[in-house]
Design a protein around this ligand. Structure first.
Ligand code: AMP
Length: 401
């Protein structure tokens, strides 16, 4: 079975085609500048069968044209990977917000689409784009099963004391204001891999650190999420590339009064101009920060120090939640590729008897970087959200095909 995986953003669309016999990626690509007025769209398609990359400028007034361009190139003689679209048995869609309704992946029908639509207030940037991706595929691939895989679903096992905010309870009842958590597909994948590396240990306690442009941590007990750092939206938690993470909520009113910003403008600053970019004034990219810090840039070093401290504190807090930990996992762009960052985050955790092996930590791709005397395993596990989406899609589609 071949599955098309779609990750539709507000103006972009990433995709992969995975042959589930052997779970092999046979094509991947990206459409950019969808619906951006005055700008021509761009598609980059990378077949994995030896055919050349297809890189072209195309008009993408809406997501439908982008999906159509993807399907056209998938069957094109020069760059294609299938003879006919009928070879694509199902489509899996990454959907940001599944609210409290979706605790696992589902087959898309009208009711599912209505529910995703009803959660637009909770995911105003992503849920409309995710819906457009689904509807565009339905239009050009009628009858092909579509599956929705939610970023929030894995976190739905959290207990009330982890997800209720200490504000008047009626706001939860009236508006659904609570912690939802994100990056769930990634936390689910790497925590399951960690349990596998622990030999399938029952009652396993795993802390997963998804550190990328956006960052979040999760406490996972016996395969189920019991706490996570992101909240109602992906703005909460540790500082990120451009997002502030946790801060005193009174800062929003202070900015309104002293900078003349509306609440929306303040939140925009916290989403787009804060985090390590805001602190350093250099970049949201950790490679740039490391370089600038290496050249003596104080604010770049400060941004890194604040990030490391915040992640260490969150890991430590999950020791209290889980009653210790059998493994800590690093994943995503920073977690997988920045050994210095991993070392700085783990260093203060020596008080819990946790160490990493500096040599193993320096070798790219090494999975187990646990120090010889460490009481807790420390793993680097490359995340693979697309594979999880494809596996869920296959499992659900097979029931109706
Ligand atoms: P992601 O959101 O998972 O794609 O991760 C993107 C982030 O990973 C960016 O901020 C990059 O700076 C960071 N990143 C990628 N490679 C490295 C590296 N070799 N060292 C430090 N950070 C990296």
């Amino acid at each position: 079975m071949k599955v098309l995986v779609i990750n539709a953003g507000s103006s972009s669309l990433k995709y992969q085609v995975i042959d589930m016999d052997g779970e092999k990626i046979i094509a991947k690509g990206l459409c950019e500048r969808i619906g951006v007025a005055g700008s021509i769209g761009h598609i980059e398609h990378k077949p994995q069968n030896g055919k050349p990359v297809y890189d072209n400028e195309v008009e993408f007034p809406t997501h439908s044209e982008a999906i159509k361009a993807v399907l056209d190139v998938l069957v094109s003689p020069a760059h294609g990977v299938v003879d006919s679209l009928s070879e694509i048995s199902a489509v899996g869609h990454r959907v940001l917000h599944g609210g409290m309704k979706f605790t696992q992946s589902v087959l898309v029908n009208n009711e599912v689409k209505d529910t995703i639509r009803s959660y637009i207030p909770l995911g105003p940037l992503h849920n409309p784009a995710n819906l457009k991706g689904i509807e565009s595929c339905e239009a050009v691939m009628p009858g092909v099963p579509q599956v929705a895989v939610f970023d929030t679903a894995f976190h739905q096992t959290m207990p009330e004391e982890a997800y209720i905010y200490p504000i008047p309870y009626e706001y939860f009842e009236k508006h659904g204001i609570r912690r939802y958590g994100f990056h769930g597909t990634s936390h689910r994948y790497v925590s399951a891999e960690a349990v596998r590396l622990l030999g399938g240990k029952a009652g396993s306690r795993v802390v997963t650190c998804h550190l990328g442009n956006g960052s979040s941590l999760a406490a996972v007990l016996d395969g189920k999420c019991v706490d996570t750092s992101m909240g109602l939206t992906p703005l909460e938690g540790v500082p990120m590339g451009t997002r502030s993470g946790n801060l005193d909520p009174a800062i929003i009113e202070f900015l309104a009064n002293n900078e003349g910003l509306t609440a929306q403008q303040s939140v925009n600053v916290l989403n787009k101009e804060s985090g390590v970019l805001g602190i350093s004034g250099v970049s949201s990219d950790f490679r740039d920060l490391e370089e600038a810090a290496g050249q003596g840039n104080h604010r770049a070093q400060l941004a890194l120090d604040i990030f490391h401290r915040s992640v260490s504190k969150t890991v430590a807090s999950y020791f209290a939640v889980l009653g210790g930990a059998d493994a800590i996992v690093f994943t995503a762009g920073v977690g997988e590729n920045a050994p210095g960052t991993r070392a700085e985050i783990v260093a203060p955790l020596a008080c819990f008897g946790i160490t990493i092996d500096p040599e193993k930590n320096a070798v790219r791709g090494t999975v187990d970087i646990t120090g010889a005397d460490s009481k807790t395993k420390v793993f680097v596990i490359p995340t693979n959200e697309e594979l999880v989406i494809a596996r869920d899609t296959k499992e659900i589609a097979e029931k109706i095909l």
